[in-house]
Design a binder for this molecule. Structure first.
Ligand SMILES: Nc1ncnc2c1ncn2[C@@H]1O[C@H](COP(=O)(O)OP(=O)(O)O)[C@@H](O)[C@H]1O
Ligand SMILES: [Mg+2]
Length: 242
């Protein structure tokens, strides 16, 4: 495998299985995310990507092992997992539409006790995303799709994540907006946050990531360095229209 040699993974998933009401969806999923990496998890609609994120966040029962920073997450509640810094930016953003941008961001930090650090991080978000600073008093639901996605990412960052998992960031957004969001993600990664980018847009996610995993019908079918996956004929034929 092309994982960074000799390092301890931040997240290590082994033999993970999950499903809905007795119907299995995920089978023997294994993946690793190393500190400060951006890892892409890609696959078609229905491949099981969101189900995997739900299992990782402990919102869905699962079998197998999920270890974050050396701690086994099996048996933990979603709130406990969130408290350990495993934070999702959910598919469809799921902002509090009728709250202001600023209140959405503060909701992201509600679990943190160091309020001075929360205030510093709020300033940091506005420096990173000036568009949100301009709109801090605006209702989140009144903004454009791209701005809402920025707000959802900033809200997740306000929780001080060790691993931020972003589900379908690009869905429904214009390419120029998606490019801006990818730049924001790169800045977030440079700032030391580890990112798991979950996308149907295989080209986009692999072009921004260090490594990638390709899922089909609930299984990981390819993995490796993102640049190698982009050059892999099987990946090209199935996902890149080449
Ligand atoms: N709440 C649910 N109840 C039952 N089946 C579901 C539910 N959510 C997803 N599924 C099924 O699980 C499979 C994987 O879906 P999902 O994880 O959403 O895929 P992806 O995020 O890769 O598009 C699909 O067959 C989907 O129909
Ligand atoms: Mg999904």
């Amino acid at each position: 495998m092309s994982a960074p040699a000799g390092r301890t993974p931040l997240l290590k998933v082994e033999n993970l299985g999950a499903g809905y009401g007795g119907m299995p969806v995920l089978h023997e999923v294994a993946l690793e995310v190393y500190p400060a990496e951006m890892v892409a998890l890609v696959g078609s609609n229905g491949a099981g990507k969101t189900t995997l994120l739900r299992a990782l966040s402990r919102m869905l029962p699962c079998t197998g092992s999920i270890v974050l920073n050396g701690q086994e997450l099996a048996g933990m509640t979603p709130d406990e997992v969130f408290g350990l810094g495993l934070v999702q930016v959910p598919e469809g953003r799921q902002l509090f539409d009728r709250m202001t941008v600023q209140d959405n961001l503060l909701m992201g930090g509600y679990r943190r006790h160091d309020k001075a650090a929360v205030a510093r991080d709020l300033d940091k978000m506005y420096a990173l995303l000036p568009r949100l600073a301009e709109r801090r008093r605006q209702l989140a639901g009144s903004m454009s799709g791209g701005e809402q996605q920025m707000c959802a990412m900033a809200r997740a960052l306000m929780a001080a994540p060790v691993l931020m998992m972003v589900d379908e960031m690009s869905l429904g957004l214009a390419p120029v907006v998606v490019d801006q969001l990818m730049e924001v993600l790169a800045a977030i990664q440079r700032d030391g946050v580890t990112v798991l980018l979950v996308e149907q847009d295989v080209q986009l996610a692999l072009s921004g990531a260090d490594r990638g995993y390709v899922m089909e019908t609930g299984r990981v079918v390819h993995s490796g360095l993102a640049k190698d996956l982009i050059d892999d004929p099987a990946v090209q034929q199935a996902y890149l229209g080449l």
